[in-house]
Structure formats: structure tokens, C-alpha cells
Design a protein around this ligand. Structure first.
Ligand code: MBD
Ligand code: FE
Length: 283
């Protein structure tokens, strides 16, 4: 049972918007998008909206409600959340068409760079009284030719046993259940952590309001987030799920893949262990 106030949607929305802006500011500036590209994509996007209005006979009341809704999404800081939940998975699918190696999944709104670096074997930072089933997550990072990738980095972030992320829920210490684990000379790693709970989209913000209004459910299955990187290799951004976990077949963010499901075994002492190996392709 919770002994703290749950974070507000507006609070975590603001944090997610700030984190997104910071990631843009520090990123190198890419090539300007051409006028042709802007026109092509936006014309197609608008045509989709126009065709929805015509075929569903969208009314003036509905149009004005939609305008109010989009204003609320921005004011609540929920653009990162709503876009990552309902749109990012298709961008990831398109990117994946040209990729080899371990399957990717969406980044989502809760990545924070610059976490503590830990040599393997590592324990992710946790509170003294961190709840949840102990999990030993181990494996090896190899390249597409099967050779070990020495010193690969596994940048890991996850929710706690109540489904909350540090940096976005004010009752959690900064950096909790986040870390960059450095694999050994054989690319092997061992990460001690706890199993996360399923994640519920905040019900008190605009994304939650839409889900409720549409009669959908607000859940993502329990998952670990990872970015796996090494020099001269393409960084993999992915998520790992748990066999038998609730919502695996109906993730609100449509971000599960059968290849990304872990099968932990019970160690008989209340802890669980699992291995998962990663394959990196050349950059
Ligand atoms: C999450 O924890 C998440 O991983 C995604 C993709 C969207 C919302 C919350
Ligand atoms: Fe997540």
C-alpha cells in the first residue's frame, strides 16, 4: 500500500517535457528538413484528418472539444507522453525495417541521461527499503558476427514495484533504479535489481482522460528499458517484458514484441534470475 501521495499527471508531464527539451538542446543539429519533405508529410497528415472528419461526419462541437483537448495536452506537459504512447511505436517499426541485431522498442518519455556508471556486476541504485522481487539480470553483448563486444554499456531505467519512475514521481530519490552498467572484457554483464510493476498512464491528466473517454485501459505491461551501446556499433533502444505479465497482449503503447519477453526462473529463495543476450550491428 502506498505511504505517499502518488505523483500528479501535471508534475510528471512537466518533468517529461523538460527532459525532452534538454535532450533536443544537447543533440547535434541535423540537416534542415527540406521544403519538399515538410509539404509532402504535412499534406498527407492533414489529408488523414480531413478524411476522418468527412467519413465520421465530425461536428462543430467535436471540433471545438478537440481544440480544447489539444490545448490541455500542452498545458499538462503531456505531449511527450501521448505521442510516445500512441505514435512512437510506428516510427520505431519503420526504423526497424533497416535494422539488424536485437529488436528495438520505443524510448518512451522517461529516459534521463547522465546516470551513475557502474562496472559489472552492478546493483542499480535503490532505496534502503526498496520493495519488489529481487531480479538478477545477466547476459552478454555480442556483434552480428558473434564476437563479444568488450565494455559495452547498458543504460537501464525502470519503474519501481508501484510502477513509478524516479525523476517523474517526487517521492522517489533522483537516480533510483537507473544506471549505466559497463560490461566486462567478454561483453558480459550482471545487473541486480528488482522486478518493476506494470505502468499505469496517469488518470488525472489529458492522456488518461482520453483513454477513459474512449473506454480503453491505461496499462503498460511491466518492463525494463535499455539502451545498449558500444563504439562503432548502432545503439539499440529497447524494452524487456516478463513472461506471464499482465497487459502483455494489450499494451496501451503497442510496444511489445515476442522476442523481447524475459523468462525468469525462481531461485527458490524469493529471488529470480534471467539471462538475455544482445546483438549489436555495426554503426
Ligand atoms: C512508460 O513507462 C513507457 O515506457 C512508455 C513508452 C510510455 C509511457 C510510460
Ligand atoms: Fe516505461
Amino acid at each position: 500500500t502506498a505511504t505517499h501521495d502518488s505523483p500528479t499527471a501535471a508534475g510528471s508531464g512537466d518533468s517529461a517535457t523538460k527532459a525532452f527539451r534538454a535532450s533536443r538542446d544537447s543533440a547535434s543539429v541535423g540537416p534542415a528538413v527540406s521544403q519538399e519533405r515538410v509539404s509532402e508529410v504535412v499534406t498527407h497528415l492533414l489529408a488523414g484528418i480531413h478524411s476522418t472528419i468527412r467519413s465520421k461526419k465530425v461536428t462543430y462541437d467535436e471540433f471545438q472539444a478537440a481544440k480544447q483537448y489539444l490545448i490541455d495536452v500542452g498545458e499538462g506537459g503531456e505531449w511527450p507522453l501521448i505521442l510516445d504512447v500512441f505514435v512512437e511505436h510506428v516510427v520505431e517499426d519503420v526504423a526497424a525495417e533497416a535494422q539488424d541485431g536485437t529488436k528495438g522498442s520505443i524510448l518512451g518519455p522517461y529516459y534521463l541521461p547522465g546516470q551513475v556508471r557502474l562496472d559489472t556486476p552492478a546493483t542499480l541504485p535503490r532505496r534502503a527499503d526498496e520493495q519488489g522481487t529481487e531480479l538478477l539480470f545477466a547476459g552478454q553483448v555480442r556483434d552480428t558476427a558473434g564476437n563479444p563486444v568488450p565494455g559495452a554499456e547498458l543504460d537501464v531505467w525502470q519503474a519501481d514495484h508501484e510502477g513509478y519512475y524516479s525523476g517523474f514521481a517526487p517521492h522517489l530519490p533522483d537516480g533510483n533504479l537507473r544506471g549505466v552498467v559497463v560490461a566486462d572484457a567478454q561483453g558480459k554483464f550482471e545487473i541486480h535489481t528488482i522486478e518493476p510493476a506494470a505502468y499505469q498512464i496517469p488518470t488525472d491528466g489529458p492522456t488518461g482522460a482520453l483513454i477513459e473517454a474512449a473506454g480503453w485501459h491505461p496499462w503498460r505491461p511491466a518492463h525494463l528499458h535499455l539502451m545498449v551501446r558500444a563504439p562503432e556499433h548502432r545503439t539499440i533502444t529497447t524494452q524487456l517484458y516478463f513472461r506471464g505479465g499482465e497487459w502483455l497482449d494489450s499494451d496501451v503503447a503497442s510496444a511489445t514484441k515476442p522476442e523481447l519477453i524475459l523468462d525468469p526462473v525462481d531461485n527458490g529463495d524469493g529471488t529470480r534470475s534471467v539471462t538475455y543476450d544482445f546483438t549489436l550491428e555495426p554503426a
